[in-house]
Design a protein around this ligand. Structure first.
Ligand code: FAD
Ligand code: SF4
Ligand code: SF4
Ligand code: SF4
Ligand code: SF4
Ligand code: SF4
Ligand code: SF4
Length: 691
């Protein structure tokens, strides 16, 4: 296609008359700049040939190339050429626009051009990197990309971003360590912050842990002060037992509706508002004692019971009981026990509140993979096979056994314990997860230390594929556990079988270092189960317009250059919801997200990219069919001069193009993606410059 003679052929279609059009378009004079990117591009594409080709294209007034176009001299070339050659369109053939579109827009602007008269041709990610052994083919493909970009650049118009004010408030969804840290940072920066947590208490997974690697400090001891700070912070409005129900709006102006689930128990402030003097829940627990309904406590991984009116653990924040209406039989005994505090309202209903925020952070964390799906290890089949999170609760002094590690089958203290690492992670069978869960090597080393410390004569056996101890002082921790006497066997466990009489377990694996099969009898097996994104993140990420990767983790805007942002402006990610991270990395990511989320709020206004739909009122039939199609509620029919026409709320429009593609009369005009521009690109591709 590219070899065809390049010749001006596409008859330029008239752009529709727009209110934004001020003067007839000048004759196109496009400048083309080709980047070598060192050898990244130049190693596979003939830059000289591409430049000569670009020069031969219609509407091209100038073409040049440079080693690194994004460098200061590279950008200066663009700025100087705009002035010297009176350019009114710029094409840079380089990497992905995700990386450097803003760089070259700024350069175009500094050269005196409207920044939206710039187009990028991706000849790196979509070309040289994938065709590195086919120089001719890659060069031909680059010619196609440049020709298509020039065809559009010749029709680009001046566009002007819209500034919108930013509400001085933020929302954080999920109150694990990531959400709490982000909320505290925002609050300390003077920003009113709504912290929404679906559970009755804040703290997330970290409050289930006993000690934390590699320092072995008590998890609750370092977490509780933060939980208390969150509970007390003036700028934080804590909404526990609450979920995001609806999101409308855009950066700077999100209207978020929260469902406050009926808790059945009044806080002291709620009681006061109802005129109950000195009432509301004080956490005395009298109701808990009389409640006849017993359920497994999920915080304790089902290994301890709770009542239908409950707190998950003694350190909850806020210290308010919750009625589990799914199991409550409404016997009223708790109401009687509560007495004058009048805290319990068994008829309480869910409430909805809508708040306005400028930015939002999602920190919805993770769940444990259903490891019973890997049935070869016998979880849920054999009593003495447990997960690492169950191990955390069993070894924890505040856990169901007061910190005594015992076998679930007989309450005996185990002496030989096998830890199966990568259980369900790094698994390409289609049952487990292909990724590394990143913190299970380290917490399994921690678990090995804990049993050596707590149970005299106990031996931990760690079955591993690789030990990944990548953090600060982590490798040193690994050496320490080796020195303490932990046994390491390199090999994935094929099978675990139970002796039905003793309930001991036979662990069968290949020791790949000694190259021989291994058959070890142990008292207990602990599975370092993979982690996965929590299912409850899915509705909320969709409401905020955030994508997820193939494995379900929420997707950042760019893994290196914008790891806390998302493709929805004003929405950021913190913690494990984005991918497995240990606590230090989680806290760092939360601080990054809080900083990013505070920038628009402190600036006070943001610029929206002007890729809005526009309505040509003179040909709009007022049929209204486009209104319900808009996923962002940006369209409304309004009365103008005695007839109905469609109106776009520009700040709400995301430029998705749905309405533009649909309108039967062609009344919708997509700025920067106009029909003439797209047709010119298609022509340039299909005709290769030929009539
Ligand atoms: P989470 O703790 O999962 O918090 C997410 C919060 O969001 C939860 O409170 C959840 O209820 C809430 N939420 C979810 N969806 C919604 C929604 N739709 N609406 C509102 N709220 C929502 N790391 C270490 O550094 N050291 C260790 O020793 C260590 N040991 C570990 C041991 C085990 C067995 C495991 C499994 C992990 C361990 N980790 C350790 C890792 C540690 O747990 C995580 O790094 C940390 O908990 C991540 O915090 P987070 O806030 O991102 O997620
Ligand atoms: Fe590499 Fe893109 Fe910079 Fe060119 S503009 S040097 S392709 S990163
Ligand atoms: Fe709260 Fe009343 Fe129960 Fe005490 S008896 S914990 S005040 S609800
Ligand atoms: Fe328990 Fe419900 Fe009876 Fe209260 S009313 S004691 S919560 S079962
Ligand atoms: Fe396996 Fe270690 Fe990665 Fe966990 S962190 S998946 S145990 S390699
Ligand atoms: Fe107007 Fe087209 Fe929308 Fe109908 S579909 S209201 S014609 S813009
Ligand atoms: Fe709505 Fe149309 Fe804008 Fe898409 S392009 S967001 S459908 S107004």
């Amino acid at each position: 296609m590219a070899e065809k003679k390049a010749k001006k052929t596409t008859k330029k279609q008239e752009a529709p008359k727009m209110a934004t059009e001020k003067k007839p378009a000048a004759k196109p004079r496009v400048g083309v700049f080709i980047c070598h990117c060192g050898t990244n591009i130049a190693g596979s594409i003939d830059i000289e040939a591409l430049q000569e080709y670009a020069k031969s294209l219609p509407d091209v007034a100038f073409a040049d190339n440079y080693q690194y176009m994004c460098s200061t001299p590279g950008q200066n070339k663009v700025m100087d050429a705009i002035k010297e050659h009176d350019l009114n369109g710029v094409v840079v053939a380089a990497c992905t626009p995700r990386l450097h579109e803003p760089t070259f827009r700024t350069a175009s602007k500094e050269g005196g051009l409207n920044p939206f008269r710039f187009e990028m041709a991706n000849i790196r990610e979509q070309n040289s990197w994938v065709h590195m052994h086919d120089r001719k083919g890659a060069t031909d493909k680059a010619k196609d990309a440049v020709r298509i970009a020039v065809a559009k650049a010749a029709l680009l118009e001046d566009l002007f971003p819209k500034s919108v004010p930013v509400e001085k408030a933020a929302m954080v969804v999920g109150a694990g360590i990531a959400g709490m840290q982000a909320a505290l940072d925002l609050a300390n920066a003077g920003i009113k912050t709504y912290l929404v947590e679906k559970e009755p208490t804040i703290g997330g997974r970290m409050s289930q842990l006993d000690k934390t690697f590699p320092t072995l400090d008590c998890s609750q001891c370092i977490l509780t002060p933060k939980m208390v700070d969150v509970g007390r912070a003036e700028n934080i409005e804590l909404m526990t037992y609450s979920e995001v129900e609806n999101v409308e709006g855009y950066i700077g102006n999100f209207d978020v509706t929260i469902r406050k689930k009926a808790r059945g128990v009044l806080t002291p402030a709620e009681a006061e508002a109802k005129g109950i003097v000195g009432g509301g829940c004080n956490g005395c627990g009298d109701c808990d004692e009389v409640c006849p309904v017993i359920k497994p406590n999920t915080f304790e991984m089902g290994m301890k019971p709770r009542k239908a009116i409950y707190i998950q653990h003694p350190q909850v924040v806020p210290l308010i009981y919750t009625v589990d209406f799914d199991t409550c039989v409404k016997c009223g005994l708790c109401v009687e026990a509560c007495g004058d505090k009048k805290a319990i309202d068994l008829e309480m209903q869910d409430e909805f509140v809508t708040v306005k925020v400028g930015t939002a952070i999602l920190a919805t964390g993770y769940d444990i993979f259903e490891i019973e799906k890997k049935d070869e290890w016998g979880y849920k089949k054999y009593e003495n096979v447990i997960t690492s999170l169950e191990f955390e609760r069993l070894i924890c002094a505040s856990g169901p056994t007061g910190g005594h590690l015992v076998r679930p089958s007989d309450g005996e203290t185990p002496k030989k314990i096998a830890f199966l690492l990568c259980a369900g992670s790094r698994d390409n069978t289609g049952v487990g997860k292909p990724y590394c869960s990143r913190f299970c090597c380290m917490y399994s080393l921690k678990h090995a230390h804990q049993i050596i410390e707590k149970i005299p004569g106990a031996t931990p056996y760690l079955f591993y594929m690789d030990i990944r101890s990548f953090g600060k002082m982590y490798e040193e921790f690994y050496y320490r556990i080796q020195d303490e006497g932990a046994r390491f066997i390199r090999g994935r466990v094929a099978n675990v079988l139970e002796d039905p009489v003793t309930k001991n377990l036979k662990v069968m694996a290949d020791d790949t270092l000694l190259d021989r099969p291994m058959n070890l009898e142990v008292d207990m097996v602990v599975l370092a189960a993979a982690v996965q994104p929590t299912r409850q993140a899915d509705p909320v990420r969709k409401l905020f317009g955030v994508s997820c990767s193939q494995d379900g983790w929420l997707l950042e805007a760019h893994p290196k250059l914008n790891p806390c942002g998302t493709t929805t402006a004003g929405v950021y990610l913190a913690g494990v919801c984005q991918g497995p991270k240990d606590i230090p990395d989680t806290v760092a990511s939360a601080e990054g997200a809080a900083s990013a989320a505070s920038i628009p709020i402190h600036k006070g206004e943001v610029e929206l990219e002007p890729y809005f739909a526009q309505c040509r009122e003179e040909i709009c039939a007022g049929c209204g069919m486009c209104v319900n199609l808009c996923p962002y509620s940006a369209l409304a029919l309004v009365e103008k001069e005695g007839r109905k026409v469609m109106e776009v709320t520009e700040a709400k429009c995301k430029g998705c193009g749905t309405c533009g593609g649909f309108c039967p009369g062609g009344a919708i005009y997509m700025q920067h993606f106009t029909t003439p521009q797209i047709v010119a690109q298609i022509d340039a591709f299909l005709l290769g410059g030929e009539e």
